[in-house]
Design a protein around this ligand. Structure first.
Ligand SMILES: N[C@@H](CCC(=O)N[C@@H](CS)C(=O)NCC(=O)O)C(=O)O
Length: 291
């Protein structure tokens, strides 16, 4: 989505590397709908937990779409809304049989707990970063709750979501189990996509946007081997053709985590600590020069 094209009627509360935001952006690009992307930093800055955003989406997650005063949350509801309401090619097949296929594949992608998988992998790779991240979320929720007592109930719900998420991430088998689930899902896709250009019917559909984002996320997480080098050649061909579509580049779908995005967010989030460290560093340099 071109965030330079400001159209006041369509605002996507968005974060560049968010998986679900990428699905919405792919759909907007395929429809050819210009909109304005308003960044909500879900990185270390955690803007999505701030009262102004919790008032827009009490679940405290992106994406959220605002269109002509309507506020739509939940990725699946957003993409169906965009397809049904906005101009551009229809991304739901017209034939009932193809439509049923699209629904089945969209359901399969939606049932995969992408955030558990991503955070579980990050935790395996980094040790304690996710644990600290979850503890910080809880602290921020408590402090925002004091700032905005009218949102106490909303924040209590969010706190419960974070605690449940943390419990799921504590399960040491979770990531392995999800790799097994992915294996089964990709086996099915490999059989289904052979000889087809798109997942459902003769044209690009909402299922293609969802699966393109899932394959992109798997590539980002280092799981491209699940289909590349002949492992699942039909998926490989399908993914290559999805990557060649302008929407892939324009959305854009991220294939690498943006280190700069995370560093920038961390610098802003932790600026008091950062400025103390920089201050001490400057004081040491000055003292050394004076000696
Ligand atoms: N059920 C929601 C899930 C959205 C979601 O998990 N969004 C992630 C980014 S992809 C998020 O905002 N995470 C921040 C958090 O949970 O604290 C949907 O389908 O839109």
């Amino acid at each position: 989505m071109n965030d330079q094209v400001a159209d006041n009627r369509l605002v996507l509360y968005d974060y560049p590397i968010s998986y679900n935001c990428q699905i919405v952006r792919l759909v907007l690009c395929e429809k050819g709908v210009p909109g304005h992307s308003q960044k909500v930093d879900i990185g270390p800055l955690m803007e999505h937990l701030r009262p102004w955003f919790m008032r827009i989406n009490p679940k405290g997650v992106v994406p959220v779409l605002e269109h002509n005063g309507d506020v739509i949350a939940e990725t699946e509801d957003i993409i169906r809304y965009i397809d049904g309401t906005l101009p551009g090619p229809s991304l739901v097949p017209s034939a009932a049989e193809d439509c049923a296929i699209m629904e089945e594949w969209l359901r399969a992608e939606r049932s995969f707990p992408e955030s558990d998988f991503t955070y579980g992998l990050v935790e395996q790779g980094t040790g304690k970063i996710v644990v600290k991240d979850m503890e910080r979320r809880k602290r921020l929720i408590h402090s925002h709750m004091k700032e905005a007592p009218d949102l106490a109930e909303v924040y209590q719900q969010k706190l419960k979501m974070v605690i449940d998420w943390q419990d799921r991430l504590r399960d040491p088998e979770m990531v392995d189990r999800l790799v097994g689930t992915l294996d089964e899902m990709l086996d099915k896709l490999e059989t289904h996509i052979g000889g087809r250009k798109f997942i459902a019917g003769p044209d690009y559909s909402l299922a293609d946007a969802a699966w393109t984002a899932l394959l992109g996320r798997l590539e980002m997480l280092g799981f491209k081997r699940m289909w590349s080098f002949g492992a699942r050649p039909n998926i490989e061909n399908y993914y290559i053709s999805m990557k060649r579509r302008p929407s892939f580049l324009n959305a854009p779908v991220y294939l690498k985590s943006s280190l700069w995005l995370v560093i920038r967010s961390a610098l802003i989030a932790f600026w008091p600590q950062v400025s103390i460290v920089v201050g001490i560093f400057i004081a040491i340099i000055v003292a050394l020069r004076l000696l």
